[in-house]
Design a protein around this ligand. Structure first.
Ligand SMILES: Nc1ncnc2c1ncn2[C@@H]1O[C@H](COP(=O)(O)OP(=O)(O)OP(=O)(O)O)[C@@H](O)[C@H]1O
Ligand SMILES: [Mg+2]
Length: 413
């Protein structure tokens, strides 16, 4: 059949009422779709799904929360913390797959959450719950029902120690959307990302904070991160892109003499290889070598930055830490207010292997976000726009950002 003859009605999406979640999903839950929500223990998967179901129930749709992990009583205790509407969601504490499928068939919810896919077990298979065979069977049988009855199903999944979704990879192929809920447990911020989405972009990320009343969307993240930026040696503000949304985050570095033969390179919220690359470029083209020193680089707040624009921020943070001097705040005002004080130094840009500073996407949005939070003169690659303080090489960027006294070619302090 020619595709033009295939009947296609516009997708009606069910809003979860949690703005950040809806955005990451691509506008809401699609009826008949399967969403896999992964995340490390205690990160807030159950809280997020409980809240979403509560909102959907409050909007007048039938919901069902299947708990294989917690008793109905435990689920109620959590719901009490969240909202009155979360208490309206029917709960089924069950681990037998047939029992769950029966309940879905008789109750006919619009949205069903299975918490978690690893705890359900089909009596027809001998494997233990969570085994490859079981997880595959559970997901496939649930998908049949979901597609046949146009039920949106959220499968909560466990995450292994190294951060991958537990269970067979086939699960990721089977479902329509894979969401990852990440963050460090001792930090307040949690990030929701789409790793795969058949109905939307995978570039979006949502930011949450765990509070007494549940997960709260962080809408003013940039303002917070800028206000918290230390302006101390080793600190710089990165104008990053989280999907289609700009976000200002602080990148911090610490450079200290190492006692190890192979000095340590430790990152958090960044790709480790990226740090290695930037350190090599910084040594070769910036004249700032950190061999023999341990280097730690951290994106503050438990946020993860996965885009090339982070390179310049890493380089400046490390350079500033290595020299032990704060970067020139608000570079536009260079000469008037040198050193720290005032607004922190902000930047973005990718570094090439020959030491050039390369253009990255959406400079205008990054600059606008920086301007909105009082940061002018953002250090950026050539071609970024009139409001930026443009540099075409790492060396030029260092000249602009480091106070003159710190630029003499010496080894790291
Ligand atoms: N009263 C409270 N105030 C603030 N935060 C709380 C409160 N009670 C629980 N929490 C937070 O909620 C988290 C648990 O959330 P939740 O049960 O949704 O996580 P989960 O990802 O489903 O965990 P699991 O992997 O065990 O299923 C706890 O780690 C804790 O940080
Ligand atoms: Mg849970």
């Amino acid at each position: 059949m020619p595709l033009s003859k295939v009947a296609a009605s516009p997708i009606a999406r069910l809003k979860t009422g949690i703005g950040e979640l809806d955005r990451v999903l691509g506008g809401g839950l699609v009826p008949g779709s399967l969403v896999l929500l992964g995340g490390s223990p205690g990160i807030g998967k159950s809280t997020l799904t409980n809240m979403a179901l509560g909102n959907i129930a409050a909007a007048g749709h039938k919901t069902l929360y299947v708990s294989g992990e917690e008793s109905a009583e435990q689920v109620r205790l959590r719901a009490e913390r969240l909202s009155p509407s979360a208490l309206e969601v029917p709960v089924l504490a069950e681990t037998d797959l047939d029992g769950v499928l029966e309940a879905i068939a008789s109750h006919e919810p619009k949205v069903c959450v299975i918490d978690s896919v690893q705890t359900l077990r089909s009596a027809e298979l001998s494997g233990a719950p969570g085994s490859v065979g079981q997880v595959r069977e559970v997901a496939a049988r649930i998908m049949d029902v979901a597609k046949a009855r146009s039920i949106a199903v959220v499968l909560v999944g466990h995450v292994t120690k190294d951060g991958a979704l537990a269970g067979p990879r086939v699960l990721e192929h089977l479902v329509d959307c894979v969401l990852q809920f990440e963050g460090e447990r001792e930090r307040p911020y949690r990030e929701l990302r789409a790793l795969k989405n058949r109905f939307g972009s995978t570039n979006e990320a949502g930011l949450f904070e765990m509070r007494q009343g549940g997960l709260v969307e962080v809408l003013d993240a940039s303002a917070r991160f800028v206000a918290e930026a230390t302006r101390a040696p080793g600190s710089v503000v990165l104008a990053a892109m989280e999907g289609s949304r700009p976000l200002l985050v602080e990148v911090q570095a610490l450079v200290a003499p190492s006692e190890l033969e192979q000095p340590r390179r430790v990152v958090s919220g960044l790709d480790r290889n990226r740090l290695a690359l930037v350190l090599a470029i910084l040594g070769r083209h910036g004249g700032i070598g950190v061999g023999g020193h341990d280097v730690f680089v951290n994106v503050v707040g438990g946020v993860r930055v996965d885009e090339p624009g982070v390179d310049l921020a890493i380089a400046l943070a490390v350079a500033s830490a290595a020299r032990g001097v704060a970067l020139n705040g608000q570079i536009a005002e260079l000469g008037r207010s040198p050193g720290s004080g005032g607004a922190p130094c902000a930047c973005f840009g990718e570094l090439g292997l020959t030491g050039e500073l390369r253009w990255v996407g959406h400079p205008e949005r990054r600059l606008a976000e920086a301007a909105r939070h009082g940061l002018a003169g953002v250090l950026a690659p050539s071609g970024s726009g009139a409001q930026a303080r443009e540099a075409s090489t790492l060396r030029e960027a260092l000249v602009a950002a480091l106070p003159a006294a710190a630029r003499r070619p010496a080894r790291a302090a």
